[in-house]
Design a binder for this molecule. Structure first.
Ligand SMILES: [Zn+2]
Ligand SMILES: [Zn+2]
Length: 371
């Protein structure tokens, strides 16, 4: 094993530097992951432009790799061995709070960077902290005893496994937050990696009508949405989405709206409230807007709408997503449109942000080249 580990470090807003770190010493309850694929998502675009902390950070929070070195105690805790291909959740749990006991590591105080300055989360945590290698844009990543690990099923490639984060979010948001199930009618706004994952989750769950909306720029993605199980796609720049949804549902509106748009302002939420059925619809939103002037609270409550929060994934959603990927039932590999080496992290994030004129859905960062 090399003595030095190469990593791409965010040193300021929109700035990356390649740095070398000494190979960490691994204790009995620690391990090292050799990164195969680190996925890049919309969160990286936001974190890169507006970092949550000033200290240097190795970004990369969707990490697949092989256990390169592991202490005996770590292997026992995780039921894993050196050489196993695993997915590591970006949440790092305390393992004793109620949320951790439920497999809801996303809610654990230890991993909540918003309320806990000492919180740990891959892709967010300063590389000045012990362990140093707290992100996937690196050749190796540090795994303490309380990392949350999942074994990748045999036959699933590292690149395909790299889609587990958006897909597990899709399962979590559509099924658990949105309660999509048998014969549910769904409007999914935004055909990015997240929206497309909601299509697969809704389809697998038994939705009877899946409508996906996007813009003219999204033409290729809307076609892919149809290939993944969408019944109807709407270009909101060419037709009135509300009118179309009402026409498709016989004037009733849909049961569930999943807002997977990015940078679209308040319009998707306003459309969602109108497109939901007369009573008891559910809207799942990521809450991009810090403020929402003239939010139609009255209309929302009069329709008895449940507003649910899209907030990461549970342990179970990840396991379901891995099984879904292993099944090969949906052509999910078509979401993995771009791959870049470690040195191109800056360019890769800008590509996902749409700054380079390319249409990237999901990007795989491969620190060891195009293996
Ligand atoms: Zn992500
Ligand atoms: Zn906890």
């Amino acid at each position: 094993m090399a003595e030095q580990v190469l990593a791409a470090v965010r040193t300021g807003p929109g700035t990356t530097e390649m740095r070398e770190f000494p190979m960490p010493e691994i204790g009995d309850d620690e391990a090292l992951l050799k990164i195969e694929v680190a996925g890049i998502c919309g969160t990286d675009v936001k974190l890169y432009r507006r970092p949550t902390i000033d200290e240097p950070v190795i970004m990369g929070h969707e990490n697949i790799g092989v256990v390169a070195k592991a202490g005996a105690k770590w292997q026992k805790i995780h039921g894993l061995r050196e050489g196993d291909r695993i997915f590591v959740e970006h949440y790092v749990g305390c393992m004793h709070c109620e949320w951790c006991r439920l497999g809801e590591y996303r809610h654990c105080e230890l991993t909540d960077w918003r309320t806990n300055p000492e919180g740990r989360r891959y892709g967010y945590t300063s590389s000045n902290n012990p362990g140093r290698l707290w992100g996937g844009f690196s050749q190796y990543m540090y795994l303490p005893w309380n990392a949350v690990t999942h074994k990748v099923p045999d036959g699933v490639t590292a690149e395909l496994a790299g889609l587990v984060t958006p897909l597990s979010n899709g399962i979590e948001w559509a099924l658990n937050a949105g309660k999509v199930g048998y014969a549910t009618t769904v409007l999914i706004q935004g055909p990015g990696q997240q929206g497309l994952s909601q299509v697969v989750a809704s389809s697998q769950a038994g939705a009877s009508l899946i409508v996906v909306s996007g813009t003219t720029r999204d033409a290729t993605r809307l076609t892919l949405a149809e290939d993944l199980g969408a019944d109807v796609t709407i270009d909101v720049q060419k037709e009135d989405p509300l009118e179309r949804v009402m026409e498709l549902t016989g004037g009733k509106g849909v049961d569930v709206v999943l807002d997977c748009t990015s940078g679209a302002g308040t319009a998707p939420v306003l459309l969602g409230i109108d497109a939901l059925k007369r009573r008891e619809g559910v809207m799942v939103t990521q809450g991009e807007e810090a403020a929402f002037p003239d939010f139609p609270l009255k209309k929302m409550t009069e329709k008895s709408i449940t507003l649910a929060s899209a907030r990461g994934h549970s342990y179970r959603s990840v396991e379901l997503a891995l099984a879904q990927l292993a099944s090969g039932r949906f052509p999910l590999e078509r979401l993995a449109t771009h791959r870049f080496p470690l040195e191109d992290v800056d360019f890769a994030i800008r590509t996902l942000a749409g700054e380079t004129g390319e249409d990237a859905i999901h990007i795989s960062m491969l620190p060891w080249g195009n293996a």
